[in-house]
Design a binder for this molecule. Sequence first.
Ligand code: HEM
Length: 134
Amino acid sequence: MRTPANPIEQSFELAASRGVDLTPVVYQRLFSEHPETRTMFRTHGSELVMGSMLALTIEAILDFAADRSGRFRLIACEVASHDAYGTPRELFIAFFAVIRDTLRDLLGDQWSRDIAQAWEKLLVEIDAFAGIAA
Ligand code: HEM
């Protein structure tokens, strides 16, 4: 039997049930809140890289929020590789908050207290985790 979704998983499921493609909305928000990121992605093929980066980040978040079976480790690996892309750690971490804020705006009334608290806790934990990895 499938274990019930935790609030983080629920927030993604609720967004998915609205049939919204998260990629354009997340990157619109990233580029508007952190304009310096606009020019960080390559000119050719950036849609693929950006789509893949978001998909892998979401997988890592879901694993981090659940049983931490393995995919969450991507966060630690990427702190180091993003150093090489010239992405400062604060900005790297900001991507998670951009995802949270995008979901919050999309869900509106469905953004429950449980979901809000779970995200707040998750962001603090990821910050600490990435700090250790850096
Ligand atoms: C605002 C924060 C971030 C910025 C500005 C950023 C920037 C970038 C850039 C410029 C690339 C492309 C490098 C290339 O052209 O080959 C990239 C790739 C990637 N990023 Fe990020 N990144 C951010 C946050 C994250 C986070 C939080 C994760 C996951 C924990 C992540 C995971 C990845 C992965 C897996 C790739 C490779 C995608 C692929 O080619 O399949 N990034 N990122």
